[in-house]
Ligand binder design. Structure first.
Ligand code: NAP
Ligand code: ZN
Length: 349
């Protein structure tokens, strides 16, 4: 067993405390990663607080992991010690079903193993990246291009791929009008990526507070959803809407903003069900869809795309002692635009 330092929560209302966790000894296809940075995703909050289902405590979240390979198993061929690597939301899948074969491991028919909160094939409860080290199968590790610093690379492993995948799947490109709902961690990446893919991008945020930022990030237009005029003015205008909001919103109102054959994709994952008035779909042959992260191959493609287009998230680096405070700011929509934990600061316990 390898002992790793971590920051864990010990009950649903709990704050972060130092903890020591065990990582398995390396199997032939495993890599030991020394984690340098871990991004804070809103999913960490939903999951840790039991909003998505029962949780075992102590719980170590974190699925935006960037670090350095420090040891490799005997059969590892893709990576060597010293490589700059990333791990996202998955650490394993069955490898045998049609979706695994097609590189869409996130839709594994036998259930993928999440980076935290899953039981892996060794019977261990997985613990995430708010931690000094992690052991991962090489097939679930991606390479971070040299031009991306590790701190900005971390959020790409979830916020980046979760927005890149639906934008690609639903064809964000020149001539397409794309709206992004919510300008947080996922939302700001969606704006940058959709802009780089050549789409005409509109931000739909609760207020105009972040308008200058949104335009700077690459949006062509920016509207406040607290203003009822927004829904009148933009009715029937978008080919694609990507909803990144972490709370329940009035889905039917947003569906009315789609053009004929338009699609609204939910990546936001609030615990409570969302109501849909089917007439907002029927009237203009619209679709309401969902999308989960992205496969490993597509995650590598997204990292390479970001390197090529000089795209990186806007981050605020924090120390391990500031995680509780950062979570409160995420919950208050006061994130600009992703918190990233400097894992080296865990040494100052
Ligand atoms: P985040 O940084 O907190 O961003 C969410 C944004 O939604 C906020 O910044 C805010 O933007 C808006 N918002 C928040 N509460 C709202 C409310 N009550 N009404 C309207 N708008 C509201 O969160 P994130 O890390 O980007 O994650 C967003 C969601 O995606 C979470 O539910 C997360 O679990 C989910 N997620 C899903 C996947 C997937 O695979 N599908 C992957 C990762 C994350 P404005 O201030 O601009 O309005
Ligand atoms: Zn995430």
């Amino acid at each position: 067993m390898i002992n790793a330092k971590a920051r864990a929560v010990f009950n649903p209302e709990g704050s972060f405390k130092p903890a020591s966790i065990e990582r398995r000894d390396l199997q032939p296809d495993d890599i030991l990663i020394e984690i340098k940075y871990a991004g804070i995703c809103h999913s960490d909050i939903h999951a840790t607080r039991g909003e998505w289902g029962p949780v075992n405590y102590p719980f170590v979240p974190g699925h935006e992991i960037a670090g350095i390979v420090s040891q490799v198993g005997s059969e590892v061929s893709k990576f060597t010690v010293g490589d700059r690597v990333g791990v996202g939301c998955m650490v394993d899948s069955c490898g045998e079903c049609v979706h695994c074969h097609n590189g869409e491991e996130q839709y594994c028919l036998n259930g993928m193993t999440s980076t935290y909160g899953s039981i892996d094939k060794y019977g261990q409860y997985t613990q995430g990246g708010y931690s000094s080290h992690i052991v991962v199968k090489e097939g679930f590790v991606v390479r971070i291009p040299d031009s991306l610093e590790l701190d900005v690379a971390a959020p790409l492993l979830c916020a980046g791929i979760t927005t890149y995948s639906p934008l690609r799947h639903w064809g964000a490109a020149p001539g397409k009008k794309v709206a992004i709902v919510g300008l947080g961690g996922l939302g700001h990446m969606a704006v940058k990526l959709a802009h780089a893919m050549g789409a005409e991008v509109t931000v739909l945020s609760q207020t105009l507070k972040k308008k200058d930022d949104g335009l700077q990030l690459g949006a062509d237009h920016y509207f406040a959803t607290s203003d009822p005029e927004t829904f009148k003015k933009l009715a029937g205008s978008f080919d694609l809407i990507v909803n990144t909001v972490s709370a329940k919103i009035d889905i039917s109102a947003y569906l009315s903003l789609l053009a004929l054959d338009g699609t609204m994709v939910n990546v936001g994952a609030p615990a409570e069900p969302l109501d849909v008035n089917v007439f907002s779909l029927i009237g203009h042959r619209r679709s309401f869809a969902g999308s989960s992260i992205g496969g490993i191959r597509e995650t590598q493609e997204m990292l390479d795309f970001c390197a090529e287009h000089h795209i990186a998230p806007e981050i605020e680096v924090i120390s391990a002692n500031q995680i509780d405070e950062a979570w409160e700011r995420v919950l208050a929509s006061d994130v600009r635009y992703r918190f990233v934990i400097d894992i080296n600061t865990m040494d100052n316990e």
